[in-house]
Design a protein around this ligand. Structure first.
Ligand SMILES: Cc1ncc(COP(=O)(O)O)c(C=O)c1O
Length: 387
């Protein structure tokens, strides 16, 4: 064998597995509506596209970009934090431009976790949080997120011995897959625990702008967070720029500097035209029409799921329904497979987000409304997938 053991143990990226099955069905001429992905279908604003194409024409744009990111973009990120959360950031020391939040979140572990450290990961949670364990052999503990606690982690459930060794905790609100949000009181309590047990909080704010109910807050609103926390924002969801790979990590200058030292050894920064277009995206803000389209899709999809008797909480934010399955319908994986083959609708089994998701599926609404309506019709017509 020429490949490392860890690659053999690595779970096939769950969305890749689903994609393969869908592709095979489509090759056979079967129409599949994929509500399993989180890949927004709409385009960035025209002004953002114009900024990109203009910049591409400049000879200077093709050089290596500054590895911390363009200062202008870092200033705009800092300004966004000031306006959005009333948080003041030093763009020179507290903002780092990253090549998509997925890899920055994984690389952060290399910056803050030692070989004998522990990473606390939410379960269910975005799969990248488990990659430091799978790829780098770092130890991790899962924190179960349950409905009774608003899908927030409960620190008192983590063993003291594990907290002593904990060096990093990933948290994600608005949450994928549950749609939950966290308020300032939660952040205050968590920052207190992080200071007490000496671990880094990494807040993943990927869905900061896609909110239906309540107020999204930043961990950095807590003044003491500045010493223990970083937060990741991305242009993927708010601006439909997911293919562009543009994001930022902000917060503790010490942690940001450590991440910069790791990142600058691994990647070459983000292509200048993309960063320049990012400045324009932040100047305009998210497109209200896009946000409205999510609201409408959420309404229609939620009604359809409710009519089928499925149980779920309406997502307060994000683009997902986290749907509970009665035991009679089998495991999430069996159910998702039946739904795919019999109703031609793809959803993600909850186990993709950790063992705790065994009796749930995630249904996303990043597809156009007409596809969502058709998916619901197909879903409702198949007796074996009805509640
Ligand atoms: C919670 C969460 N964080 C991060 C990401 C990845 O974002 P990016 O495109 O910036 O890598 C996703 C993508 O679905 C996500 O759901």
């Amino acid at each position: 064998m020429l490949t490392a053991e860890r690659t053999r143990d690595l779970p096939q990226y769950v969305f890749a597995e689903l994609d393969q099955e869908i592709r095979t069905m489509r090759q056979k001429g079967q129409m599949v509506i994929n509500l399993g992905i989180s890949d927004p279908n709409q385009a960035p604003r025209q002004e953002v596209l114009n900024a990109l194409t203009e910049s591409v024409k400049s000879t200077d744009s093709h050089r290596y970009p500054p590895l911390r990111g363009m200062l202008d973009l870092r200033r705009h990120v800092a300004e966004w934090y000031r306006q959005r959360f009333g948080v003041r950031l030093d763009p020179e020391r507290e903002v780092l431009i990253t090549v998509g939040s997925k890899e920055a979140l994984v690389h952060l572990s290399l910056a803050v976790v030692d070989q004998d450290g522990i990473i606390l990961v939410p379960d269910p949670g975005y799969p990248a949080y488990s990659m430091p364990h799978a790829l780098f052999g770092m130890d991790q503990r899962r924190m179960n997120l349950v409905r009774e606690h608003g899908f927030l982690p409960v620190i008192s459930e983590v063993r003291a011995g594990d907290l002593e060794r904990a060096q990093l905790m990933y948290v994600n609100y608005p949450n994928n897959p549950t749609g939950a949000i966290a308020d300032r009181a939660f952040w205050r309590g968590l920052v207190e625990q992080a200071r007490r047990w000496d671990f880094v909080i990494c807040s993943d704010l990927a869905y900061s702008d896609i909110v239906y109910e309540g107020r999204v807050s930043s961990v950095l609103e807590i003044p003491e967070a500045r010493s223990v926390a970083v937060e990741s924002i991305t242009f993927s969801k708010s601006y439909n720029m997911q293919g562009w790979r543009l994001s930022a990590m902000v917060g503790s200058a010490e942690i940001i500097d450590a991440l910069y030292r790791v990142e600058s050894q691994i990647n070459g920064g983000v292509y200048t035209p993309i960063q320049e277009a990012g400045v324009v995206a932040l100047e305009f803000g998210p497109d209200p029409a896009v946000l409205e389209s999510y609201r409408e899709r959420r309404q229609i999809l939620g009604q359809g799921l409710a009519e089928m008797g499925l149980s779920f909480e309406w997502p307060k934010a994000s683009v997902y329904f986290w749907v509970g399955l009665p035991e009679a319908l089998g495991t999430a994986e069996d159910y998702a497979r039946r739904l795919l083959h019999e109703a031609r609708v793809a959803v993600t089994p909850g186990t993709a987000f950790g063992p705790h998701g065994g009796q749930r599926i995630r249904v996303s609404f990043t597809n156009p409304l007409d596809q969502i309506v058709t998916a619901l019709e197909q879903w409702q017509r198949v007796p074996s997938v009805k509640v």
